[in-house]
Every structure is written in structure tokens, then in C-alpha cells.
Ligand binder design. Structure first.
Ligand SMILES: Cc1cc2nc3c(=O)[nH]c(=O)nc-3n(C[C@H](O)[C@H](O)[C@H](O)COP(=O)(O)OP(=O)(O)OC[C@H]3O[C@@H](n4cnc5c(N)ncnc54)[C@H](O)[C@@H]3O)c2cc1C
Ligand SMILES: Cc1cc2nc3c(=O)[nH]c(=O)nc-3n(C[C@H](O)[C@H](O)[C@H](O)COP(=O)(O)O)c2cc1C
Length: 645
């Protein structure tokens, strides 16, 4: 076993908890709990899969210390003794993998849609939720005392359930942050006013937790080291408070960042932020207090974490989404198999944005097992088939890998010489090279798993007839749509794919037709190269949502680059140096335009399906070939087809 990660793989003792290494899996809500807030089989399966991954410390997802503090109705509970048996199973599962276990204690305050809708959300002051825009009720002083007691009682239950530690959730804009921040706390009693008063609630919660769990039981305080919001507090504001919190009971500071209302979803930062970008704040906290500090934020690579610890910038490093993308990444890296690690691409599609947008329970866009551990077939398949997968994009590659893993004999065909399908283009806009790398990773892994690869081969009906596969997965993707506009065949008109691949050089004044992700990213690509871009979109609002992390960054970059986004607008005619636009019945001539870039989307490729139907071959259609969407649908459908072969 290669072990170059000596800093990371050194134990650390915190009170009576001996943590075998410095890798932390931080708390991540899953939505997998039972409707009554008890731990479900899905919770246990999800955690078991991660617990065998080799983290030193696993901190569970949020658990509500009080019924008034649930972010969602099924949030795990720690507010009554009836939760203890399930929590014990969770702690046991974590211990089973060799990690130490901490339960995260949470009160949502005003950031709960269902409580706000029911008029039941409470907060330090009646100030609108940053996330949901509705106003909570101000807490009474009695309620404040009740919640302080509740945090202590929940901590005691965690100890009874066999956890090694608890973490008080003081981050991300939930109740404790709401007390701390002047933006959400305008109380006039001793819990509001100056910073010292606003930090009182956290202090008293910590004291009560400490009182209930005793001196030797470790308590972590998770903080947003900076609120990351206009007028919000910074890490320097915490300087006088941190020693007080340590005195009140915090043995560990977990230095997270931002709130769910901060721009760009900074709490789970998008791809624009480099790995380890937030560690400077952990370092600053270490200069202020002498307790272990956990650094977190876009870590995907153990080597970087090892350096961070070696340089003394943090004592432990948390890898959140990386544990969703590849729960085995620690083991693989320890064995020196860095190239086998499936690296998180920070797309947030299956994880945080899916939860915040209410789209379901946790998933991972690049790892179809995540959140589906109870469905995930271990294999081998009862009947091993000769299977053909046609199309080497994310859907086909995922299907091929999953089918090979289950023991099927798999041939994968791709008409281009390179793997990745649309990922080859998705990796070209600014900051997105990880998409292309992921496509290449999929190709390399498929080969390692024994898939027979056929690059540069376009499958025809004759080939299927001759090859006679028992089952076929059609992952053919989409084909470009060419809009029917006078002048679209002029020489200065090209498409987004040609621009991204460098087949057509950017000019000075470009018009991009289509404001979906491909059009927006092509506009970004062009404007970073100095092109003046105007983008037209027929819809009234941008289909790229600003509330998504990458969407926010994209809109911001385009605005800052002076790119003009025209919604509710169509192109009537393209001329050699101008275009005629129509918006709400009014025509406007845009000039000069020396480049017109078409990005109006794709339509599914439907070839071969009819033939397979007629021939009676078992087949599945997956990914963009069903309808052009995103990578999460491509991988999920690819995997599920392979599971059903
Ligand atoms: C610029 C750009 C940016 C994007 N950014 C994102 C993003 O940030 N997030 C996101 O979720 N999605 C993004 N997408 C969309 C995403 O890439 C697609 O949804 C995804 O690639 C679809 O996967 P797929 O495997 O179904 O199809 P594809 O990726 O299109 O793969 C299909 C493959 O099948 C091959 N093929 C077709 N017919 C045959 C045949 N007869 N024989 C052999 N091979 C054949 C094609 O050559 C192709 O390689 C982006 C797309 C682009 C273009
Ligand atoms: C799906 C998801 C759920 C999360 N839930 C929690 C949570 O319950 N409690 C918490 O303190 N942080 C939560 N976070 C934040 C993570 O703990 C972590 O701080 C963040 O993702 C940044 O780390 P990363 O860049 O390594 O993913 C969540 C993040 C994700 C992606």
C-alpha cells in the first residue's frame, strides 16, 4: 500500500474521542428519513456505504432538536427519546466501518418552507426568510429557554445512542446564525443588539450541551466563518466570540461558509471555486482559538488536504460532495489509485440543489448508486447477457460500466473517436474542463471494467443483425436543431458546438440564438475571448436559473462582461452584417453583427429503435435520446437500463 498522505492519516484525539485519521465526512441532509423523522433503512444503507470508505469522523445530517426546528417534515429527529433506537442504529453503522460518529443538532429557525407556509416558523426577529421570502414569528424569551434546553436534551440522546460526539449546527443561516447575524436579529432584549448579545444564544446552547453530556464528551460547533452576504458578519467579527464559545463548550470549530441565501450557493460552492478555496478561514480561526478546526469547501483530493494539514491550516478536512460522488475515494487514494477516483464536478444537480428545489431525495449526477443504495443491485446478474451499448456519452458509458459490473458481456460503440458525447463540448466553456475529464474518466473506467470498446464505429442496422446482441441500450444522444430563419445559411452563421471546439474563431460582434445552458455558456466562452455578445431567447425568462450555483455565476459573468440578454425575443432575419429581432411585436435591427451562433438545442436521435422493435430485440432508450436534458438523467437512465438487462 502506497502511503504518501502522512499528515492526513495521522490520528487525532479530541477529549476521549480518538479519530483514526483527519478525513471528515461532513453533515449532508439526504431526505431519506422516514416520514416521522426516524432513521429509515435507506438512511442506514446510504450511511453504511459511506462508513466503509475510511473517513476518520462522520458527522450525520441535520437532526431536529425540537419540532419547531424542522427544515422538512421528515427531517431526522433528536427531540424525543423515541428517536434513540434509530439513532443508535445509525451510530452502529458508522462504527461498523471504523469511523467515529457525531450527530448534528439542528434548529432551522425561519428557513423552513413547510413551517413558514403553516405560519409556524420561529426566529429571533420577524424578518423574511432569505430562501423562501416569507416571514417567521418572533420567538418569546420562554421559547429561547425551551430551545436551549432542547439542544442539551438532544445532545444527551446522542450520547445515549452511542455517538462519540455531537455537532451544534451554528452555520448556513439556520437558527443559531439567525441569532448571530444583525441581518436577522433585531431583538432589543439580551439576545439582540451588539455582537456579544447576538452571540449569547450560541453560548448558552453550548453551555447547556456541555452540562448535559459531561466534560469528556466532544462537542463541535459548526459555523459559517463568514456570512457571505452584503452587510453580513466576517471571520474577523468572530474574533472576540470564538474564545467565549470555546469556554462555553466547543471542542472543535467546523469552519463552513455562507448561508443558503448567500449568492452562488456558496455553502456547497460551484465549480467556479477551486478546491480548498475556503481553508483560509479555518486558518484564521486556528490563529484565534486553540482547538482543532475542520476545514471544508470543494475538497476532492486527499493530496491537497494532506498539504493543508501539513501546513497547519486546518486539523481535519471535510469532503462533502466527494463522498457522494465516490464513497471509496479515500481507500482508492490510500492505495495510490488516484486515477480511479470519481471526482465531484460540483454540479449540485443531484445533491444540494435537488434538495433545495424539492426534487426528491439525495442523488449524485455522476454516481447512480448514491441515494439508491437499497435498489442498487450488487450482482452478478442472474442471466448474463451479450449486451450492446450504442453511444459513448454519459448515458452509454454509465450503462456499459454498470452492465459490466453486473457480469454482462458488454460491447460499447461510439461513432466519434473520443468518449464523452456532449461532455466533449460541455468541458469547453469557462471553468468546466472537469466535465470533459469526467467523460475521459468514464471511458478509461469502462475499459478497466472489461467493456469491449469500439471507438469510431457508427452502429448500423446491418451490424446489429450480424452481431445479434441479446439486448441493446440506445444512448444515442441528440442532434442539433437548425432553426428555420431567412439567412441562416449565410457564411457567418455557425453553431455553438463549432465555436466551443475552436472550429470557428470568435469574431467581434456575435449574436447567440438560444438562451438555454448551451447558449449561455457559449456566450460566456465568447465574451471571455473579448467578443461583444448579444443573446436572444424566445422565453420570457432565462431557463438557466439564477438560484442554481452555476446559473448564478454564469449570469453574473455575462452581466459583468457587458453581454446583452434579450428575452421574449425572436430572430426574424439574418443579414450579412445585421439581424432583425422581434420582441412583443416590435422589430429592431441589431448591427453590427459579424457572427451568428445557433444554440437552439437538440432533438433526440431516434434511429435504430424502430428496427430493434421490429426485430424483437430487448432494448432500452436512455439519456438525451429520450429527450435532451441533463447529465443526471443520462446517468440514472443508463444505470437503470443496465440494472434491468
Ligand atoms: C456546451 C454544453 C454544456 C453542457 N453543460 C451541461 C451541464 O453543465 N450540466 C448538464 O447536466 N448537462 C450539460 N450539458 C448536456 C449534457 O452534456 C447532455 O445532457 C449529456 O451529455 C447527454 O448524455 P447522453 O449520453 O444521453 O448523450 P450524448 O452525450 O449526446 O452522447 C451520445 C453519443 O452517442 C453517439 N452516437 C449516436 N449515434 C450513434 C451510432 N449510431 N453509433 C455509435 N455512436 C452513436 C454520439 O456520437 C454521442 O457521442 C451540456 C451540453 C453542452 C453541449
Ligand atoms: C446534499 C447536501 C446536504 C447538506 N446538508 C448539510 C447538513 O445537513 N448540515 C450541514 O451543516 N451542512 C450540510 N451541507 C453542507 C456540507 O456539509 C458541506 O459543508 C458543503 O457541501 C461543502 O463541502 P464540499 O464542497 O466538500 O461538498 C450539505 C451539503 C450537501 C451537498
Amino acid at each position: 500500500m502506497v502511503n504518501l498522505l502522512n499528515h492526513l492519516f495521522s490520528p487525532i484525539r479530541i477529549k476521549k474521542m480518538e479519530i483514526p485519521n483527519r478525513v471528515v465526512m461532513p453533515p449532508m441532509g439526504t431526505n431519506l428519513g422516514n416520514p416521522d423523522g426516524t432513521v429509515s433503512e435507506a438512511n442506514l444503507a446510504y450511511m453504511k456505504r459511506r462508513a466503509r470508505g475510511g473517513a476518520g469522523l462522520i458527522i450525520t445530517e441535520i437532526s431536529a432538536v425540537h419540532p419547531t426546528g424542522m427544515a422538512i417534515p421528515s427531517e431526522l429527529g433528536s427531540y424525543e427519546d423515541r428517536f434513540i433506537p434509530g439513532l443508535k442504529k445509525l451510530a452502529d453503522v458508522i462504527h461498523g466501518g471504523g469511523s467515529k460518529a457525531a450527530l448534528q443538532l439542528h434548529h432551522t429557525g425561519r428557513e423552513s418552507l413547510f413551517l413558514l407556509k403553516a405560519g409556524k416558523a420561529i426566529a429571533p426577529s420577524p424578518i423574511r426568510s432569505l430562501v423562501f421570502g416569507m416571514t417567521p414569528r418572533e420567538m418569546t424569551r420562554e421559547e429561547i429557554q425551551e430551545l436551549i434546553t432542547a439542544f442539551g436534551a438532544a445532545a444527551f440522546r446522542a450520547k445515549q445512542a452511542g455517538f462519540d460526539a455531537v455537532e451544534v449546527h451554528g452555520a448556513h443561516g439556520y437558527l443559531l446564525t439567525q441569532f448571530l447575524s444583525a441581518l436577522s436579529n433585531q431583538r432589543t432584549d439580551e439576545y439582540g443588539g451588539d455582537l456579544n448579545n447576538r452571540s449569547r444564544f450560541i453560548r448558552e446552547v453550548l453551555r447547556e450541551v456541555r452540562r448535559r453530556v459531561g466534560d469528556e464528551f466532544p462537542v463541535s460547533l459548526r459555523l459559517s466563518a463568514e456570512e457571505f452576504i452584503k452587510g453580513g458578519y466576517t471571520v474577523e467579527d468572530l474574533k472576540p466570540l470564538l474564545p467565549e464559545w470555546v469556554k462555553a463548550g466547543a471542542d472543535i470549530i467546523h469552519a463552513s461558509l455562507g448561508t443558503h441565501g448567500s449568492p452562488a450557493g456558496i455553502t456547497s460552492a460551484p465549480i467556479e471555486y477551486p478546491p480548498g478555496f475556503n481553508v483560509g478561514r479555518a486558518k484564521r480561526i486556528k490563529e484565534i482559538v486553540n482547538v482543532p478546526v475542520i476545514g471544508v469547501g470543494r475538497f476532492t483530493d486527499l493530496s491537497l488536504a494532506d498539504q493543508v494539514i501539513g501546513r497547519g491550516e486546518a486539523d481535519l478536512v471535510a469532503f462533502g460532495r466527494q463522498f457522494l460522488a465516490d464513497p471509496d475515494f479515500v481507500l482508492k487514494s490510500r492505495e495510490g489509485r488516484f486515477e480511479d477516483v470519481r471526482k465531484c464536478i460540483a454540479c449540485n444537480q443531484g445533491c444540494i440543489e435537488r434538495l433545495i428545489l424539492g426534487e426528491g431525495n439525495i442523488r449524485c449526477a455522476i454516481n447512480p448508486e448514491t441515494g439508491q443504495e437499497t435498489l442498487y443491485p450488487q450482482g452478478p446478474a442472474a442471466v448474463r447477457r451479450k449486451a450492446w451499448v450504442i453511444g459513448g456519452g454519459p448515458a452509454g458509458l454509465t450503462a456499459a460500466m454498470e452492465a459490466a459490473r453486473l457480469g454482462h458481456r458488454v460491447d460499447l460503440f461510439e461513432k466519434e473517436k473520443d468518449w464523452g458525447g456532449q461532455l466533449r463540448y460541455a468541458g469547453k466553456p469557462p471553468f468546466k474542463s472537469v466535465y470533459q475529464e469526467w467523460g475521459e474518466w468514464l471511458g478509461a473506467q469502462a475499459k478497466k471494467m472489461g467493456v469491449t470498446l469500439h471507438p469510431g464505429v457508427e452502429v448500423t442496422e446491418k451490424m446489429i443483425r450480424d452481431g445479434n446482441p441479446e439486448a441493446v441500450i440506445l444512448a444515442l444522444g441528440g442532434e442539433k436543431i437548425v432553426p428555420d430563419i431567412p439567412g441562416i445559411d449565410l457564411a457567418h452563421v455557425c453553431d455553438a458546438w463549432q465555436i466551443l471546439m475552436g472550429e470557428v474563431a470568435p469574431k467581434k460582434h456575435a449574436l447567440v440564438i438560444g438562451g438555454g445552458l448551451i447558449g449561455m455558456e457559449t456566450a460566456d466562452f465568447l465574451s471571455q475571448k473579448g467578443t461583444h455578445v448579444t443573446l436572444v431567447e424566445v422565453l420570457k425568462r432565462s431557463p438557466v436559473l439564477k438560484i442554481t450555483s452555476h446559473g448564478y455565476m454564469l449570469h453574473t459573468r455575462l452581466r459583468e462582461a457587458g453581454c446583452k440578454l434579450l428575452f421574449d425575443t425572436t430572430v426574424k432575419r439574418v443579414e450579412p452584417s445585421s439581424v432583425t429581432l422581434v420582441s412583443q411585436g416590435t422589430e429592431e435591427v441589431l448591427s453590427p453583427v459579424d457572427q451568428v451562433v445557433v444554440a437552439v438545442g437538440l432533438r433526440p436521435v431516434t434511429s435504430l429503435k424502430k428496427f430493434l422493435e421490429e426485430k424483437g430485440v430487448r432494448h432500452f432508450v436512455v439519456g438525451d435520446a429520450v429527450s435532451p436534458r441533463r447529465i443526471i438523467e443520462a446517468t440514472e437512465e443508463g444505470a437503470k437500463a443496465a440494472w434491468s438487462l
